[in-house]
Design a protein around this ligand. Structure first.
Ligand SMILES: [Zn+2]
Length: 213
């Protein structure tokens, strides 16, 4: 393995631990990837079925554009590898991160009938790449969940094409995807979006309580 893979794998493991500690990757859920090489495509990808709080750099797999393992690992890449590959190709992303937090799960269901969620007026929006004002309106599309990964990857590709400005999307009752040019940028985007989703969720709870008084 070139040294760059080792470095990327170490960063993937470190981010997984941090997200797990925040409750965003519990019970082996969620997955993380980063581009190591574009031609041919090589992705550092978290393995399936591993506790993300204990993920180590040497467990991170190297996969190709068909989600086949090209490193000397006996493990299995995440089931959702095809979604990561689609985002890398369609968005030119350098890293893709996927979390299963309580708040993203709740809101992905609550707003599913609207096929997305508008987030605007929050200062934290400025943490998203290319956003310079709290007046920005971010549309976070919601896609129905599926276990048919090739079909889901096509739906995600179509949705991303329809929402070219989106920094992420939700899978219904499942989780949040975001990405970035680098792992650091993708991590920042997840942190920003998780913050905003929790803020919106908690705000609507407080408003409902106030209305009931
Ligand atoms: Zn997932």
């Amino acid at each position: 393995m070139p040294e760059s893979f080792t470095e990327v794998a170490a960063s993937v493991a470190e981010i997984a631990k941090g997200f797990h500690a925040r409750g965003w990757l519990l019970g082996t859920s969620g997955n993380l990837s980063a581009v190591v090489q574009r031609e041919p495509l090589r992705l550092a990808m978290s393995p399936s079925g591993v506790d993300k709080g204990q993920l180590t750099a040497d467990q991170v797999l190297s996969i190709d554009e068909n989600a086949r393992i090209v490193s000397a690992h006996g493990g299995k890449p995440s089931d959702e590898s095809l979604l990561h590959i689609r985002i890398v190709k369609d968005r030119g992303a350098g890293a893709v991160l996927h979390t299963h937090s309580i708040w993203n799960t709740i809101l992905s269901d609550l707003y599913a009938s609207e096929a997305g969620l508008a987030i605007e007026g929050y200062e934290m929006l400025k943490g998203l790449q290319g956003v310079y004002t709290h007046e920005h309106a971010e549309w976070l599309p919601i896609v129905d969940n599926s276990q048919d990964m090739p079909a889901l990857a096509d739906t995600v590709g179509k949705t991303l094409n329809e929402h070219k400005e989106a920094h992420g999307f939700l899978l219904r009752r499942h989780g949040l995807y975001s990405w970035g040019e680098t792992l650091a940028q993708a991590k920042r985007h997840i942190e920003i979006l998780e913050f905003l989703l929790e803020t919106i969720g908690r705000t609507s709870l407080i408003k409902a309580k106030q209305a009931a008084i």
